[in-house]
Design a binder for this molecule. Structure first.
Ligand code: G3P
Ligand code: MG
Length: 357
């Protein structure tokens, strides 16, 4: 414990403010740091690396466990980041553990969606790749997907244990979790419609819809390509529209991620945890009135997501919009104006540190 939290050693008084950084379009774009992010973050650490200002990453992205994302970010940005400081779109899925702990669930998306859910404590998890491979001919287009054929070969080699442990003919899927951006939209929509229309048993009679959760609902986000890319919200629209066209009962689902106010509550409590670990040397949250933050800065690039969410969350949130991602306007955003607009994250941190000095 001491080693894990050594860079959070108590040092002076706890600042009365904290910062939540969006990742895509603020800190990183297409895998590379942007907007002077390494320099901006280094200003929040002392020379020996210890944390001076409590901050977290609040992203709608994901696909890998928080611990892995934290070490990837540490390597890329040159500061030590803890798993505790990473809140991803799927982090609130943890809170559903008591409901699905021993049920068969299917995890969808890029990266390692099943590993994410297993790390949260869910016991019976299959990725949609693994699940689909149990059903011969479930994807009539699979023979045309050369990349999928190669991948299937890899999956099959690793599936020995899975085939004996799971009986997907009798064990109904109880929950489907869209952990990160789906890779093969066509196959995933087909298989999800099968699961969700047939009571969790593809190919069987129509039945009660199992639960469906999305980690976020971003219509678009900023990646390496010059214009925005379709995100999980776009996938949700496609799935919902197709499901509703082939079923008489409309699809029901829950979406997490910003701008959901629940996520901003979680973020506030995680920031308290970061701060109390840092300044109290232990991992208990002291959220008495005197210890609450007077300001939490949300630095984001997407007005519809980051700014709308921070504005809806109200005090102590203060929104800062950058021009390095989805938003590229000259002035403030018309529909969801931020408290201030800056060029990039470096300028945002400069503003905060000056204001709080
Ligand atoms: O897929 C990632 C995207 O939806 C947004 O990520 O970091 O901008 O919230 P972020
Ligand atoms: Mg973003």
């Amino acid at each position: 414990f001491r080693r894990l939290y050594s860079h959070l050693r108590p040092q002076g008084r706890r600042p009365s403010f904290g910062i939540a950084f969006d990742i895509d379009g603020v800190i990183i774009r297409g895998g590379n740091p942007i907007g002077g992010s390494p320099q901006a973050l280094s200003r929040l650490h002392a020379e020996d690396g210890t944390l001076k200002i409590p901050y977290i990453f609040l992203t709608n992205g994901g696909g890998v466990p928080e611990s892995k994302r934290a070490s990837e970010l540490s390597g890329l940005l040159g500061v030590q980041i803890l798993a505790l400081q990473v809140v991803q779109g799927h982090s609130p899925f943890r809170d559903l553990l008591s409901r699905f702990e021993n049920d068969l669930i299917v995890a969808v998306g890029k990266g390692e969606p099943a590993k994410v859910m297993l790390e949260y404590g869910f016991k019976k998890v299959l990725s949609i790749d693994e699940y689909a491979s149990f059903f011969k001919d479930i994807d009539p287009l699979s023979q045309y997907k050369t990349w999928r054929i190669n991948q299937n070969y890899e999956i099959m080699k690793n599936m020995n244990g899975l085939y004996s442990r799971y009986n997907v003919d009798s064990d109904a899927v109880k929950g489907t979790f869209i952990v990160s951006d789906p890779v093969d939209w066509g196959r995933d929509i087909q298989v999800l419609c099968d699961i969700l229309s047939c009571g969790g048993l593809p190919g069987k009679a129509k039945g009660h819809q199992p639960a469906l959760y999305f980690a976020s609902d971003d219509l678009e986000y900023q990646a390496a390509f010059p214009s925005e890319r379709l995100g999980m919200g776009a996938f949700r629209i496609a799935l919902e529209s197709i499901f509703n066209s082939v079923n008489s009962t409309p699809l029901w689902y829950t979406s997490f991620g910003k701008p959901n106010p629940y996520v901003f509550k979680i973020a506030e409590s995680v920031l308290m945890q970061v701060a109390s670990t840092r300044y109290g040397g232990q991992c208990t949250v002291d959220d008495t009135k005197e210890n609450k933050f007077s300001t939490i800065y949300m630095i984001g690039d997407n007005p519809m997501v980051d700014i709308k969410g921070a504005t809806k969350a109200g005090r102590p949130w203060f929104s800062i919009l950058t021009r390095t991602g989805v938003f590229k306007g000259k002035d403030n955003h018309q529909e969801y104006p931020a408290d201030i607009v800056v060029e990039n994250v470096d300028e945002a941190v400069e503003y905060i540190l000056k204001k709080e000095a």
